[in-house]
Design a protein around this ligand. Sequence first.
Ligand code: FAD
Length: 466
Amino acid sequence: KPALLWLRNDLRLHDNPALAAALAGGGPVLPVYILDEQMGAASRWWLHHSLTRLQADFAQRGAALVLRRGDPARIIPELAAQTGATAVHAARSFEPALRDSDRAVDAALRPHNIGFHRHLSTSLFAPERIQTKTGGAYGVYTPFANACFSAGVPETLCPTPAHIPGLPGISGDTLAGWSLLPKKPDWAAGLRASWTPGEAGAHARLDEFLAKPVREYATARDIPALPGTSRLSPHVHFGEISPRFVWHRAAALGDAPGVKTFLKELLWREFSINLLWQHRDLRTRPIRAEFAGFPWAENAPALRAWQRGQTGIPIVDAGMRELWQTGWMHNRVRMICASYLVKHLLLPWQLGEAWFWDTLCEADEAANAASWQWVAGCGADAAPYFRIFNPVLQGQKFDPTGAYVRRYVPELARLPDRDIQSPWEAPPQILLGAGVKLGSSYPYPIVSLAEGRARALGAYAALRGK
Ligand code: FAD
């Protein structure tokens, strides 16, 4: 009997339990992908290329990947009826909208005796698996991570199938028809130069990282000018590589320096998934309820300056431009840029979350919202709001030679190391010599760091005093 394979954020053939289960039925398999209309622009760019490669990988093995758009609760039962499929296999998804749509799909299939089987594939653990001793969900990362280490990540992986018996003649959309790529202006040149979406690209990226950078990871991961982190996040987000596989490949390096730190980062991802599982509205509502009454500012010009990397704070502008140009930003700089938005500019974290959602290739409902809440001080196990990063000191510490700022803010490139993180403090002759004209070639800070900090602390005190 035929089986449907409904692909979501598991766009791969290797270690794909839903694919393995569909094949185990012994009949032909119809792989289908239904467009997620909520995706941001950079993610849509990634999806286009990822699906292009996945279509080729399926075709090479004998099956055609069918593309559809619309309501899954209509499309999946229709396809099942058309093909005579008796089972539908998919990855378990933890995003609230997908959970709702899964319930609807299940309800629509049930009367026809078609089984809807979901497989653990996009995370290391099912959220309900990692619980406190009293059966509750963890709200603090360290005990959560310890519980994950004790639980152990299952070691059996599903091999890449050599042949996938397909079901010809089922029509679908074309990728070109979905118009996922930008047209005018074509802002994706930097994305094309930075990434190879798809399963092969994901494996190459992991191999490269484990060959060497992982050994320096514990220290180099905080230096944005270095290729010190894996840059696997978009691949992992789209499921082009299985998190279990990443875990075991890294863990196989044993006590090599950096490995444990890297595994712990993978567990931050799990922690975010658990938080989204507990808090459906993680993207909009602060976990710490008192923050709902925070006296945020309204300031459209400041938001625009932040989005465009024109705040006058070099490390913030470098980060925001890296994001715009490459669809990714270094984690240390994400924290600096996010903190600057919610503290120095006093703008609501949801505005930052929304901008990252649109511009990150790996925009992830769980990791993005949980991280924004963490920086804003209203999340689980969050940094306290009153601990305010000074972006100049952060820049001097983590980009001491200014190499990162020079890469993304070329108008400051000729400033000496000493001045590059705070050009407004540089002597006039140094600025002149470096060709920097503050206020025209590069902005003055849109808010003074001291004033921004004092205003943020005042707002926090007002919240506490309520
Ligand atoms: P590595 O350091 O190599 O880490 C390996 C993997 O672990 C990553 O690929 C990622 O899957 C996971 N990971 C690492 N750090 C975190 C973390 N703090 N939280 C969750 N998972 C983590 N990550 C996303 O995947 N999607 C997002 O939309 C996202 N938005 C963020 C927004 C803000 C404001 C901040 C501060 C962080 C955000 N992160 C997000 C987390 C983190 O910045 C990225 O996962 C990381 O920078 C990706 O680079 P990498 O693959 O080189 O990471």
